[in-house]
Design a protein around this ligand. Structure first.
Ligand code: NAD
Ligand code: TYD
Length: 332
């Protein structure tokens, strides 16, 4: 099989490409990635060059996308602007990539008659005080990021309904693991702790996220791609729900630091208090999370410890400027 993986130089996309090439020795993968601040060619280093082709480009580019999609058996779309805080500061690119880019891919999938798997998020359902979202829960996104992802998801449904496109959606809870950009909570806390820098905790730190180890998510994606029913949504939730303060405290323990590094800072605008997903549908395909938070966070901290060559360049340049804009005033 020849897969087109858009956004394959990002955190989850590159993990998926790695898993796919390792588990299917005859498959080929074409990665299309714009290499925004979040895309990193180093994420694809060491993978078999004879079976992996990298194309730098934008999913909003109709001509480029049409050619690549027509030459593949299926497309898995990870390409997105993915960080809530950046969507609050500057939403434009989210609407462009996450909505219009998804539309461009769907048109190409329709015209070429190939399967399109949309990688989406639990955040499209909004926040839930108790219990868990199922695939039939209504969409109620809160941030420009989640609204853009919901827009993409609605286009997937419309293309299925109107033109019978072979499209489906997976919605995952918060992923973590190796190669996640340091803007996100877990790598930010690990790297700040290793450097003994202050750790910004939004609001009271009691917000709950449903943590999913990235390799578990990648196995779920493969199952849905192969066995999922066209037109269906598949939720993929992690095995553990934890308040942010507990996540931060555990990382501080693992890095030999204490809670004195924590700074309670002004809350994120419109901060969703809790996400939680029920995953029965993907479990019926044979999926089950294999890595609990206790193991996954140890593996993740260890990976960051062992790979300063990966994160060193990322902590300077664009990220430093972003960090100053986002946290400079808050951290005083
Ligand atoms: P990421 O920000 O690490 O990677 C996104 C990738 O997309 C980058 O390589 C970037 O260069 C690329 N990209 C951005 N705009 C593009 C464009 N216009 N054309 C081509 N490439 C473009 O994100 P991630 O955390 O790996 O998330 C991947 C997908 O999974 C996203 O769709 C996200 O919404 C979804 N998701 C993420 C999480 C999570 O916890 N990280 C959870 C659920 C769903
Ligand atoms: P994040 O990793 O940005 O993922 P998402 O917003 O998509 O869930 O944030 C995870 C949680 O951590 C979220 O409740 C916001 C919180 N958070 C902080 O408290 N401080 C931070 O510096 C960041 C980036 C996030």
């Amino acid at each position: 099989m020849k897969l087109l993986v858009t956004g394959g130089a990002g955190f989850i996309g590159s993990s998926y490409v790695r898993n796919r090439l390792e588990s299917r020795p005859t498959d080929r993968v074409v990665v299309l990635d714009k290499l925004t601040y979040a895309g990193n060619p180093a994420n694809l280093e060491g993978l078999p060059e004879d079976r992996l082709e990298f194309v730098e480009g934008d999913i909003c580019d109709r001509e480029a996308v049409a050619g690549l999609v027509a030459d593949c058996d299926a497309v898995v779309n990870f390409a997105a602007e993915s960080h809530v805080d950046r969507s609050i500061a500057e939403p434009d690119a989210f609407i462009q990539t996450d909505v219009f880019g998804t539309f461009v891919l769907l048109e190409a999938a329709r015209d070429a008659g190939v399967r399109h798997l949309q990688i989406s998020t639990d955040e499209v359902y909004g926040s839930i005080a108790e219990g868990s979202f199922t695939e039939s829960s209504p969409l109620d996104p809160s941030s420009p990021y989640s609204a853009s992802k919901a827009g993409g998801d609605l286009l997937v449904s419309a293309f299925r309904h109107t033109w019978g496109v072979d499209s489906l959606i997976v919605r995952a809870s918060n992923n973590y693991g190796p190669r996640q950009h340091p803007e996100k909570l877990i790598p930010l806390v690990i790297l700040n702790a290793l450097h003994e820098d202050a750790i910004p905790l939004y609001g009271d730190g009691r917000q709950v996220r449903n943590w999913l180890f990235v390799e578990d998510f990648c196995r779920a994606i493969d199952l849905v791609l192969e066995d999922g029913e066209a037109g269906k949504v598949y939720n993929v939730g992690g095995p553990d729900e934890l308040p942010n303060i507990d996540v931060v405290s555990r990382i501080l323990e693992l890095t030999g630091r204490d809670d004195s590094l924590i700074r309670r800072v002004e809350d994120r605008l419109g901060h969703d208090p809790r996400y939680s997903l029920a995953s029965e549908r993907v479990e019926a395909l044979g999926w089950k999370a294999q890595v609990g938070f206790a193991e996954g966070i140890e593996r993740t901290v260890e990976w960051y410890r062992q790979n300063p060559g990966w994160w060193g360049p990322l902590r300077s340049g664009e990220y430093r400027e972003y960090y100053e804009r986002q946290y400079g005033r808050k951290l005083g």
